[in-house]
Design a binder for this molecule. Sequence first.
Ligand SMILES: Cc1cc2nc3c(=O)[nH]c(=O)nc-3n(C[C@H](O)[C@H](O)[C@H](O)COP(=O)(O)OP(=O)(O)OC[C@H]3O[C@@H](n4cnc5c(N)ncnc54)[C@H](O)[C@@H]3O)c2cc1C
Length: 384
Amino acid sequence: MISPTAENNTSVLVSGASVSGITTAYWLNRHGFDVTVAELSPAPRRGGQAIDVRGPALDIAERMGVLDTIRGHATGLRGMTMEDRDNNEIFRTTEGTATGGTIDSPDVEIMRDELVGILQRTTADSVEYLFDNAVTGIQQEEDTVHVNFKKSAPRAFDLVIGADGLHSTVRRLVFGPEDQFTRRPIGNRYIALVSTPNFLGLDHWEILHRSESGHMGGVMTVRNNTELRAFAIIVADEPITYDYRDLEQQKRIVAEQLHAEGWKFPQVLQYLKEEASGFHFQAMNQIHMDNWSQGRVALIGDAAFSPSPASGQSVTVAMVGGYVLAGELAAARDHRAAFAGYQEQLRGYVAENQELALINVNKAIANDYQDFGKPVDSPALKSY
Ligand SMILES: Cc1cc2nc3c(=O)[nH]c(=O)nc-3n(C[C@H](O)[C@H](O)[C@H](O)COP(=O)(O)OP(=O)(O)OC[C@H]3O[C@@H](n4cnc5c(N)ncnc54)[C@H](O)[C@@H]3O)c2cc1C
């Protein structure tokens, strides 16, 4: 493996400071690359539900020296109940939860923004961060990439990595409009999240509900019982058209879809109306692309191959992707060979994780949470 102090004078811009972007930045920096990360938000973006760090991602976190810190921030749920429309308990288990899997597994369930914060702190001193900024233009030449920014002067880089999520700007600028890459294998499903106070007084617990119209609701304690994270998986008859930047419009959509539902939806909708911190809404779509790179630009994470939140694997696949992409760049030292190696190693793994989304949805419909989100076999991680 290349030592942390190795120098190779290759400059890389990473667009997006979330799981895939920061993991890529960490490993590129460790291999001696000169890394800049541009992020739209003024700081690592807040929000999101509990997500899972599993299998090979645990190994990568350990190699990054952050596994113990990640474990220290685990949600620590003790179990879950299912409830009906009138809040009657219909099922209870202390063996696992729908969001986090088996309680005694080595996998870690952690709040998305806490994970991003931990990863970002490992790179804060070694990587240049351009927060509150964004790529607005990319022109590739034979041996360089010219990049325009929203809030700073144009710069040239050797390589650009698009880690800017489902609605990636880098993908749009280099590969074309989003629609051609979006797939809906699990139908018209949307996830909505909001933070509330722990108005149910739960203790490290999750409650789930599936309504007669097919929507799912959930509440779980986070941050040591001081908050609840409430979520809904909305199943719509037709695709819902929305502007992913317009939070008020998204809140109206959530309210319209859930206004006639029972269970705890009325209370959650009230919080959504009055004090919606941590609100997030997204289509549970996947991204499928034939090529994850073009010239000196490559995509990673949700931008390249979102497996959908329904897979339970988005974070793990993003971390594996960042590790492999940076490792291949370090090992090959030629970006064409490295990008080809990255795609070759991960293509099958990504496809299996994308299939998992549909398997999970069918299990949820059948109320079968056994092995829900079960990780698929990952490629053996090379030591770069
Ligand atoms: C706010 C939020 C909440 C989420 N909540 C959940 C959840 O509850 N459950 C779940 O399964 N998944 C959730 N996700 C998705 C999950 O984080 C990803 O599937 C996974 O972490 C892999 O992510 P990624 O790093 O590839 O992309 P993402 O995590 O989506 O991160 C993309 C990053 O790029 C930034 N960005 C976007 N556009 C630009 C631009 N033009 N220039 C610079 N930066 C840009 C974004 O602000 C963000 O920080 C959420 C994502 C976000 C952004």
